[in-house]
Design a protein around this ligand. Structure first.
Ligand code: GLP
Length: 252
């Protein structure tokens, strides 16, 4: 596992953007897996800056987002499609047809299951994800793979835990409005990506980061599954790294 402990938010953004840019240069049609949440925003800002100032070209890039709330239309204020448009896609030269976010508008369970199978097939047909960007929940979730998720799981509907709904309530006007279900890539989907970069900031994530990097591989901490991945990089700030026993080692 590769661990980078950055000294500032800007350094985190630059280190993560370097990994994304390197992958974009390696492939004619790079396939990026993308994440929402507040943590990757500085990375997206840095990618937008590189696009504007250095001509970083997204025209042949294909993206697949990790997850979406069930019951959220693309124009809903808290939909992940809208988040991605506002934080990244509207500011770069990606072909909108090439950006995929799970469809949160499907209400029927069987139709959701069919959609999830199709999402997996689209990823496979395109040749798989080259680099998957991840955040981490305070309970160790990645995407919306909550504790207890199968480590081999594929894209499917998941019930959100009370903790995740509370954590994400800050984006909604009340806890009641936070959706109860989400479509999420599975842990198996994430492990299939050729490379993974996980970003984490703040003390609120330090226990989850320590469990993911130094705890046992267990569905109790879904991010610990990344210990099985050959090319997983954690980009952390000092607070998020603060419970790591090997924190000094990672700095050397
Ligand atoms: C949500 C998303 C995750 C994200 C997590 C952390 O639950 N489904 O993909 O990693 O939030 O978000 P934040 O970066 O805002 O702490």
């Amino acid at each position: 596992m590769f661990v980078i402990v950055a000294r500032s938010e800007q350094e985190m953004a630059e280190r993560a953007a370097d990994l994304v840019e390197a992958e974009m240069q390696r492939h004619v049609s790079p396939v990026l897996g993308l994440a929402t949440g507040s943590t990757p925003i500085p990375l997206y800002e840095e990618l937008i800056r590189r696009h504007r100032e250095q001509g970083l070209d997204f025209s042949t890039c294909i993206t697949f987002n990790l997850d979406e709330y069930v019951g959220s239309a693309p124009d809903h204020a808290e939909s992940y499609r809208r988040f991605m448009n506002e934080q990244l896609f509207d500011h770069i030269n990606i072909n909108p047809k090439n950006s995929h976010v799970p469809d949160g508008t499907i209400a029927d369970l069987e139709a959701i299951e069919r959609f999830c199978e199709e999402y997996e097939k689209r990823i496979a047909d395109i040749g798989g994800i080259d680099l998957q960007v991840l955040g981490i929940g305070a309970n160790g979730h990645i995407g919306f793979n909550e504790p207890g998720s199968s480590l081999g799981s594929l894209t499917r509907i998941k019930t959100l835990t009370a903790k995740t709904r509370e954590d994400n309530a800050r984006f909604f006007s009340s806890l009641d409005e936070v959706p109860r279900y989400a479509i999420t890539m599975g842990i198996g989907t994430i492990l299939n990506a050729r490379k993974v970069v996980l970003l984490a900031t703040g003390k609120g994530k330090c226990a989850a980061v320590a469990a993911a990097l130094e705890g046992p591989v267990s569905s109790a901490c879904p991010a610990s599954a990344l210990q099985l991945h050959r090319y997983a990089t954690f980009v952390l700030d000092e607070d998020a790294a603060s419970q790591l026993t090997l924190e000094g080692y990672h700095r050397t």
